[in-house]
Design a protein around this ligand. Structure first.
Ligand code: AMP
Length: 190
């Protein structure tokens, strides 16, 4: 099964993806984690994206599409991928559909985690204090939220039309949200 965890920064995608990895053995494909690893390694890719990420803007589509393409065989062997933070634009979603179709697969479920903006800000501010991730500072967070609203939210009707979108209230406890996601996934016919 291939699943997209969808929603704005701070909605809990990463946390819930890790729970699914532990519970179901699927592979988490987080483009944000891959890009942060490239920055930490000071690789050419890291140098290319460092300033863009520090501003809170999206990195070019072709960069993240290539990162995902490279990891698809591994996810396929594990029985499925949890896409976390990808796709973030319509072009990325179309590329993902094409890459999966080429492998005889598809997106089975998109789970949209719904969290209101004051709660997002509170969570990301807390994460900034605890982990010091530079793009979690309140100003950059505003840019990331604007990028979500302008470039990523249009994916909601895209996946609604495909019939695979489900909404989950992301305001509850971590375990409560995990149970709601599990219920939605168990309803997917394989
Ligand atoms: P995240 O950890 O998913 O919040 O991503 C952190 C940052 O990495 C984003 O603010 C973007 O700068 C960049 N990024 C991660 N995933 C993508 C993506 N799919 N498309 C474009 N930029 C991305």
């Amino acid at each position: 099964m291939n699943l997209i965890l969808f929603g704005p920064p701070g909605c809990g995608k990463g946390t819930q993806a890790k729970k699914l990895v532990d519970g179901r053995g699927m592979v988490q494909l987080s483009t944000g984690d891959m890009l942060r690893a490239a920055i930490a390694a000071e690789s050419p890719l890291g140098l290319q994206v460092r300033d863009i990420m520090a501003r809170g803007d999206l990195v070019p589509d072709e960069v993240v599409i290539a990162l995902i393409e490279e990891r698809l065989p591994e996810a396929e062997s594990a029985g499925g991928a949890i896409f976390d933070g990808f796709p973030r634009t319509i072009a990325q979603a179309q590329a993902l559909d094409a890459m999966l179709a080429g492998r005889g697969a598809r997106i089975d479920r998109v789970i949209r985690l719904i969290v209101d903006e004051p709660e997002l800000l509170e969570r990301v501010t807390g994460r900034f204090r605890e982990q010091g991730r530079p793009d979690d500072n309140p100003d950059t967070f505003k840019t990331r939220l604007a990028a979500y609203n302008a470039q990523t939210a249009p994916l909601i009707p895209y996946y609604e039309q495909a019939g695979c979108l489900r909404e989950v209230d992301g305001m509850g406890t971590m375990d409560g949200v995990a149970s709601a996601i599990a219920a939605s996934l168990d309803a997917v016919k394989s």
